[in-house]
Design a protein around this ligand. Sequence first.
Ligand code: AMP
Length: 213
Amino acid sequence: MNLIIMGAPGAGKGTQAEAISKREQIPAISTGQILREAIASGTELGKSAKSYIDAGNLVPDETVIGIVKDYLSSDACKNGFILDGFPRSAAQAEALKKLGVKIDAVLSIEVSDERIVKRMSGRRVCECGASYHTEYLKPKKEGICDKCGKELFIRKDDKPETVLNRLKTYHEQTEPVIGFYRNEGLLVEVEGQEEVEDTTELVRKALWSKIKK
Ligand code: AMP
């Protein structure tokens, strides 16, 4: 299965990507996580992306398109893939189409701005990419990652003023891409729930009926 997951920041794209990845045994690639890792390790990619991410703006199209192109041509994707957070602009969607990669479904997780803002204040992440929530997705031990035992922290771009800009960017640049996939007949819309398991179940059912058709 070749899948795209879309949704506002904090809608739960990463969490759902992980659940589908486990269930379907296909890799999930998060452009946001790749960029954060590049920043942490001080690479040229990281240096060029940092100011955009910190301000809640999109990293330039050529940069992310390059990342995704390399990844999709790698062996890891030969049995399918999940793109988490890509495409986020019309130019990125066009570039993906030009690559000629067949997409089976585009999942959009819908959450209102009001709930996004509330949710983001409770998000805690680990440098390994795992994501938790102080209310909805607690780690077994408070403040510690279940997967690698490292200390959890608040993402710099999760602070309220940056979240508002990320939402603005989402509405202006990414939402039109949802319309593009709707026209292509690929869109699967799911309302994000408060409880992660409830969203996971809705996503499972919605994707199953889409792919089966
Ligand atoms: P995410 O982890 O998906 O919330 O992404 C975090 C940040 O990385 C975003 O706010 C953008 O600054 C940047 N980013 C991630 N994916 C993309 C993309 N496809 N296009 C441009 N910027 C991106």
